[in-house]
Design a protein around this ligand. Structure first.
Ligand code: NAP
Ligand code: F7E
Length: 346
């Protein structure tokens, strides 16, 4: 039998890179859709040494005919819809664009699947941001949603659209409700990579302080490599259903900062409160981190912690990387990039 063809939207993002590697290793033909930009966005694929094995096609999720045309041309067996305006902070200043790409983009693709490739399997990148102001702790597939950002609202629209297309048209489509997942390939605008890169710059060049927002928010952080494996498992499983993918552990942003500092050999003392809080290097007295309200969000998601029991039971999926090891891996990669003057992701 010929190799299966997977179409990955958002292939230039963090998850696109890890998923490409996973699928190529399994013998898939991988086609990645990219939108047109003025820069070269393939550094992650280069980093994982998969760039030459991927076929690329141009697709902008806000263009109906473009989306349909790609499905007609590629005729994928599996579609992984990872493309999104995925930065929560920017969704407050660009809510309409975010909704067009992150919400209606998924509907455009599903309409294409329904009319062009109805037997294709479809994965939607749903998110713990849909739980927002959480109605239950920990959050599971049964927890009620309460999004707190235009991004969360757009993802919830996409999520329910997947449910509806599954029930109304019998499409093989499902969503992974993934909690935060990170890696050395994470974008520098997200808190974890911002912190590991900032710590590496402080440790090696004395640069700083690193300005951050809310130190008290709690997140359930896992490794992206583990999480793309869960995506693939979901599409191989029947009956088709949606799954929470998480570690079941939660930590504050403050904890993450301390772990990253410690991985650089730096001990921090916290001083001040609220907007005036800062973290001082115990050895030198330098200010390493300071709070800047510019990074606060108009409405915050205070606490996320997922219950991954269904994924364990049905998909035989469990996270393999502890947060402490994830932080060390990210810090090591950023120390290497800074010391070799090769900082990717800008
Ligand atoms: P990411 O690194 O931000 O990647 C997003 C991808 O979407 C990039 O390839 C980007 O292309 C593409 N994209 C953005 N706007 C587009 C448009 N208008 N048309 C076509 N492509 C567009 O995100 P990620 O961390 O890999 O996450 C993958 C997916 O999972 C996203 O949908 C995200 O919302 C969701 N998710 C992520 C997490 C997490 O913790 N990482 C958790 C839950 C859900 P460019 O390279 O051109 O910008
Ligand atoms: O923020 C706080 C911030 O931007 C984490 C996306 O992948 O995961 C991600 O969304 C927390 C928030 O991720 C800064 O307020 C403090 O409470 O790393 P983040 P996110 O908003 O949780 C979900 C699951 C997705 O689906 C999204 O696509 O950290 N925080 N200070 C900060 N955040 C940032 N970015 N920068 C700061 O300086």
């Amino acid at each position: 039998m010929a190799n299966k063809t997977a179409l990955i939207t958002g292939i230039t993002g963090q998850d696109g890179a890890y998923l490409s590697k996973l699928l190529l290793d399994k013998g898939y033909r991988v086609v990645g859709s990219m939108r047109r930009t003025s820069g070269i966005g393939t550094w992650r694929l280069q980093d994982l040494q998969v760039l030459d094995e991927i076929e690329f096609t141009s697709m902008e999720l806000t263009e109906d005919s473009n989306v349909r045309g790609v499905l007609e041309k590629i005729k994928p067996d599996e579609i992984y819809n990872l493309a999104a305006q995925s930065f929560v902070g920017d969704s407050f200043t660009q809510p309409i664009y975010t909704t067009q790409v992150t919400g209606i983009g998924a509907l455009r693709l599903l309409e294409g699947v329904r009319t062009v490739v109805p037997t294709a399997k479809f994965y939607q990148a749903s998110t713990s941001e849909m739980f927002g102001k959480v109605q239950q702790v920990p959050q599971s597939e049964k927890t009620a949603f309460y999004p707190r950002s235009p991004y969360g609202v757009a993802k919830l629209f996409a999520h329910w659209t997947v449910v509806n297309y599954r029930e109304a048209y019998g499409l093989h489509c499902c969503s992974g409700i993934l909690f935060n997942h990170e890696s050395p390939l994470r974008g520098v605008e997200f808190l974890p990579r911002k912190v590991t890169l900032g710590m590496a710059k402080y440790a090696l060049r004395g640069e700083g302080p690193l300005r951050v927002g809310n130190l008290e928010a709690k997140r359930d952080w896992g490794h992206a490599r583990d999480y793309v494996d869960a995506m693939w498992r979901m599409l191989q499983t029947t009956p088709v259903m949606d799954f929470v993918v998480a570690t079941g552990r939660t930590h504050t942003v403050r904890d993450f900062v301390e772990m990253a500092a410690s991985a650089c050999g730096i001990s921090l003392d916290w001083q001040g409160t609220g907007h005036n809080e800062m973290a001082i290097d115990r050895a030198t007295g330098n200010v390493v981190v300071s709070v800047d309200p510019a990074f606060y969000r108009p409405s915050e998601v205070d606490l996320l912690v997922g219950d991954p029991s269904l994924a364990k039971e049905v998909l035989d999926w469990s996270p393999t990387v502890r947060l402490e090891d994830l932080v060390s891996e990210m810090v090591e990669a950023d120390m290497h990039r800074v010391s070799s003057n090769h900082v990717s992701g800008f």
